[in-house]
Write a protein that binds this ligand. Structure first.
Ligand SMILES: Cc1ncc(COP(=O)(O)O)c(C=O)c1O
Length: 386
């Protein structure tokens, strides 16, 4: 009886979603070969993965004997490989220490509660990722939502003032305002910076290092440019040890699998080598070609949103692209604000020029047929609904 009531309630939600072109389903991906894979029965060329450097398929686990860490690190799951990787990461990003997490979502939902205290002032960019939003909710802090890329007010000497932001915004492919962030830090403010979509894509590994910024807590993930999974936060020794021993995502979760640690180690060796430089150069060339082909200004983030506005158009364009053999996901609310549905294109180092040209000419045709402009932002005259 209760089960059928529950299912009826879900059924109603699904019907509502369908009416608003918001229905969701997991795509059936198989037989991945580089940027090609099967989507259901159709072989497609993908332009929506976050595997920006094309590492996901190349990483190999050298010794797959050890799989599980057996328990939370605080119980008996703390292995030498955890500390070794944390120390390597800290060294690479130039911080005293770092803490590993099995995923970026787990990190962002547990670290804020661990460091934000009663009475702190908390400012969060309006377009921050869901995991940061949830993490701040769990921290029970009173937060102020900042307009996108706006800075918090000048910090006061008596209260901690936090700025939570992404470096490269995951759905918009634009960057945090580096100068404002520098000023905030210089005036005694604290910065929690999530570099999920920039870690590994910069000469100095991070966007912040390239901009001479030193966030108080620096977050990076390994599921995007590093082609595997997991995440880290870097900070001072004391803050890291506090997080390692108190954040719920570590205390109440099994230690990151040694299999994953080995893959991360390998990915780090690649992104810090000459091969990493070459992959980044390929990516930059591909991105320049894509932007030029679409008639868009040059940009440095491999996320290129084509904002169409309504859900129906976004879905229809995604479907039409699929008919032409391209997989580009339509991104709709709540992932993006209402009225800002889009095609989120991503380009990888492993695409070739012909593939990019084929996509751009299809995009021109599909958008022109619908009288839609190729644009990366919401038009100024149409305020975002959220
Ligand atoms: C900005 C940002 N932070 C965190 C995450 C979550 O990272 P993970 O995929 O490792 O859970 C994502 C994932 O999309 C993201 O875009």
């Amino acid at each position: 009886m209760s089960l059928s009531l529950l299912e009826r309630r879900i059924e109603q939600k699904i019907a509502l979603e369908r009416n608003h072109n918001l229905a969701r389903a997991l795509p059936k991906i198989s037989e991945r070969q580089g940027v090609y894979y099967k989507l259901g029965d159709q072989r497609v060329l993908g332009f929506c993965s976050n595997d920006y450097l094309g590492l996901a398929e190349t990483l190999r686990i050298p010794n797959p004997a050890e799989c599980g860490s057996t328990a939370s690190r605080l119980i008996c799951g703390n292995l030498p490989a955890h500390r070794a990787l944390e120390q390597r990461l800290a060294h690479l990003v130039g911080y005293p220490d770092a803490v590993l997490f099995p995923s970026g979502f787990q990190l962002n939902t547990s670290v804020p509660a661990c460091v934000v205290g009663d009475g702190d002032r908390v400012f969060s960019d309006r377009l921050n990722h869901a995991s940061i939003i949830d993490g701040l909710r769990l921290s029970r802090s009173e937060k102020t939502i900042l307009p996108h890329r706006a800075a918090p007010p000048e910090p006061s000497a008596s209260t901690l003032s936090w700025w939570f932001s992404e470096s490269a915004f995951s759905m918009d492919g634009d960057y945090a305002p580096a100068e404002k962030m520098y000023r905030h830090l210089n005036c005694g403010g604290l910065v929690y910076l999530d570099e999920a979509h920039s870690f590994g894509l910069h000469k100095n590994l991070t966007w912040s290092a390239d901009h001479n910024l030193r966030p108080t807590l620096l977050v990076g993930t390994f599921g995007k440019a590093l082609g595997c999974a997991g995440a880290f936060v870097a900070s001072t020794n004391m803050i890291c040890e506090w997080i390692r021993t108190h954040s719920r995502g570590i205390v109440f979760s099994t230690g990151t699998s040694p299999l994953l640690l080995a893959a991360i180690d390998q990915a780090l060796s690649i992104v810090t080598s000459d091969e990493g430089d070459e992959l980044r150069a390929h990516l930059a060339n591909n991105l320049a070609r894509l932007c030029e082909g679409l008639g868009l200004p040059p940009r440095s983030c491999p996320i290129v949103p084509l904002v169409v506005g309504n859900n129906r158009d976004a879905l229809a364009i995604s479907r039409e692209l699929l008919e032409r053999g391209f997989h580009v996901q339509a991104i709709r609310p709540p992932t993006v604000p209402r009225g800002a549905s889009r095609l989120r294109l991503t380009v990888c180092a492993t695409h070739n020029p012909d593939q990019i040209d084929a996509l751009t000419s299809s995009l021109h045709e599909v958008f022109a047929r619908r009288n839609l402009e190729l644009r990366t932002t919401v038009p100024n005259d149409e305020p975002l609904l959220s």
